[in-house]
Design a protein around this ligand. Structure first.
Ligand SMILES: Cc1cc2nc3c(=O)[nH]c(=O)nc-3n(C[C@H](O)[C@H](O)[C@H](O)COP(=O)(O)OP(=O)(O)OC[C@H]3O[C@@H](n4cnc5c(N)ncnc54)[C@H](O)[C@@H]3O)c2cc1C
Length: 502
């Protein structure tokens, strides 16, 4: 079996490490920070506990598959609770709409707000179900870089394949698909926000990504007791049991390539030789900063833009807001204005959508008694030249708090704040070495190619594999975990094919 070096201990890196170790490889994971889990980091202060990055966990079956690689049960490592409602939505006109866990209840709730949209939602979910099924069969669990990798169109154009291709609705955007089925702008706005899981605009993303709605409505929203942070903690424990050598505080500055093959990494002046390498660092920065040369020229040829970034306020409150659910969206007054500002003009939205996590609803211990560990995330553009968040933050913090006061019934929020910390796009950029401060890897814009990301088996460098939110199948916890599994599986296939040939 191979000796494998993994650069980065985000969810993709940890999933790859555990999978590879379970299959018998010798794994060393090098992480520049002094914690493992990357963006799934933790902040604790004065009795408040905050997940710093991801808070909404969907598709736990992906995580389950990583544990099952080693013959373990995920439930022995994680206590997951299914949430209902999945989201509570607050609108500028005072409407409150719950997205319920059971699709029938969700349709009924939507129908109470807008009667024709009950059936419209059911139609939309049928389409989402079909798209999710096509994704499962052609897109997930293997290294994919473009349409050619998904379906063998030339050799295998059967009626069934043709019907799958048609189902992808390549002429349509996410927003276009939703408009086709849903009339009420508030319901449209809620459904458009599924695409925020990949940090992209519904006006520019391909309709196939409507499948995300089914992945959440069909499979639930889950909360790991102990917070999302419990996920990397569980994966790290699994890897430890399987013999993974974790080294934190190690910043990799280069991948050495000889005769087109990755052979070693350089970290803090030391050269460490491996048979194969997995990079969980941002894919663009891996090629640009760690490899360079022809490989970077070839990879960098395709224009790749970062997905959106964001500002997070971590607010420790001395009194809870009981009208909040665990997950809440406080919607902008005008989604078009919001998306055009963030994605077209590259400016923070004047009246943004704020996502609020109030995990005390499920786990009261996250705050001192009666209090609230509030997490407020507002999406912003990825970093552009001239963006200086030390200057931009104070007025934008005010915009965000005013929004919560106006639209989410939190008029006295400033009186309740006991602890306040913040994460800016610049912090995200520096802490996790991502592309232009992106939260969700690469943007998913483009009706035909928007869903495709760099594949997990490098086309440019042999024995190099990519895992993480900026590689296939994309960002978000389940996809980053899946990318780690795919990178590990591709590596294992190559390593065992080589052994068989010897
Ligand atoms: C504020 C915020 C909110 C989010 N909310 C959600 C959510 O609710 N639900 C959801 O599903 N997803 C959410 N996400 C997205 C999700 O967190 C990410 O898609 C996922 O965690 C990314 O995992 P990754 O494997 O790409 O690794 P990352 O988390 O990006 O970690 C990469 C790791 O590699 C390390 N590294 C990079 N370069 C080097 C180097 N040269 N040498 C050594 N180490 C290196 C970094 O330090 C880092 O630890 C959110 C993200 C953020 C930031």
């Amino acid at each position: 079996m191979s000796s494998v070096g993994i650069i980065g201990g985000g969810l993709g890196g940890l999933a790859a490490a555990a999978t590879l170790a379970a299959r018998g490889h010798r794994v060393t994971l090098l992480e520049k920070n002094d914690w493992l889990g990357g963006k799934a980091a933790l902040l604790e202060e004065d009795g408040f506990r905050f997940d710093m990055g991801p808070t909404i966990l969907t598709m736990p079956r992906v995580l389950e598959r990583v544990f099952s690689e080693a013959g373990r049960r995920m439930s022995d490592y994680l206590d997951l609770r299914r949430l209902d409602p999945q989201w509570r939505c607050f609108y500028d006109d005072g409407t409150v709409l719950d997205l319920r866990d059971d699709p029938k209840d969700a349709a009924a709730e939507i129908g109470r707000l807008s009667p024709p949209d009950r059936a419209g939602f059911e139609r939309f979910m049928k389409v989402a179900d079909r798209l999710s099924d096509v994704s499962d069969r052609f897109f997930f669990w293997r290294s994919v870089e473009d349409l050619r990798d998904t379906m063998n169109l030339k050799q295998n154009m059967t009626l069934a394949t043709l019907s799958d291709v048609m189902a992808l609705r390549m002429h349509r955007t996410v927003a276009g698909q939703i408009k086709k089925d849903i009339r009420d702008p508030r319901v449209q706005q809620m459904l458009e926000h599924f695409i925020q899981y990949v940090g992209s605009s519904p006006l520019a993303s391909p309709a196939v990504l409507c499948g995300i709605a089914q992945m959440q409505q069909g499979e639930g929203v889950w909360y790991p007791m102990g917070g999302t942070r419990a996920v990397p903690t569980a994966l790290t424990r699994l890897g430890e049991e399987l013999g993974v050598d974790y080294r934190t505080g190690v910043d990799v500055s280069a991948i050495e390539v000889e005769n087109g093959r990755a052979v070693a990494v350089v970290a803090d002046g030391e050269r460490i030789v491996f048979d194969r390498i997995v990079s969980n660092m941002d894919s663009v920065r891996t090629y640009r900063e760690l490899i360079g040369g022809n490989a970077w020229r070839d990879f960098g040829h395709a224009k790749r833009e970062a997905a959106c970034s964001g500002v997070v306020l971590y607010l420790g409150l001395d009194r809870a807001y009981e009208h909040l659910a665990h997950h809440n969206f406080v919607f902008s007054r005008d989604p078009k204005e919001e998306f055009q500002a963030i994605y077209d003009r590259g400016e923070p939205a004047p009246d943004p959508t704020a996502y609020i996590a109030a995990p005390a609803r499920t786990e009261p211990g996250v705050a001192p008694e009666g209090g609230e560990a509030l997490y407020v995330l507002v999406h912003t553009p990825h970093l552009r030249p001239g963006h200086d968040w030390s200057r931009m933050l104070p007025p934008y913090r005010r915009t965000i708090l005013d929004k919560l006061k106006r639209t989410a019934g939190m008029a006295d929020i400033e009186d309740r704040i006991r602890v306040e910390r913040v994460l800016t796009p610049q912090d995200i950029h520096d802490r996790y070495k991502v592309l232009d401060g992106a939260i969700y890897g690469l943007v998913s814009h483009g009706r035909v190619n928007g869903a495709f990301k760099p594949g997990n088996r490098s086309r440019q460098v042999r024995n190099l594999y990519l895992a993480g939110g900026s590689a296939h199948p994309g960002p978000g916890m389940p996809m980053a975990l899946m990318s780690g599994w795919i990178a590990a599986d591709s590596l294992h296939q190559d390593a065992t094919a080589n052994t068989a040939a010897e």
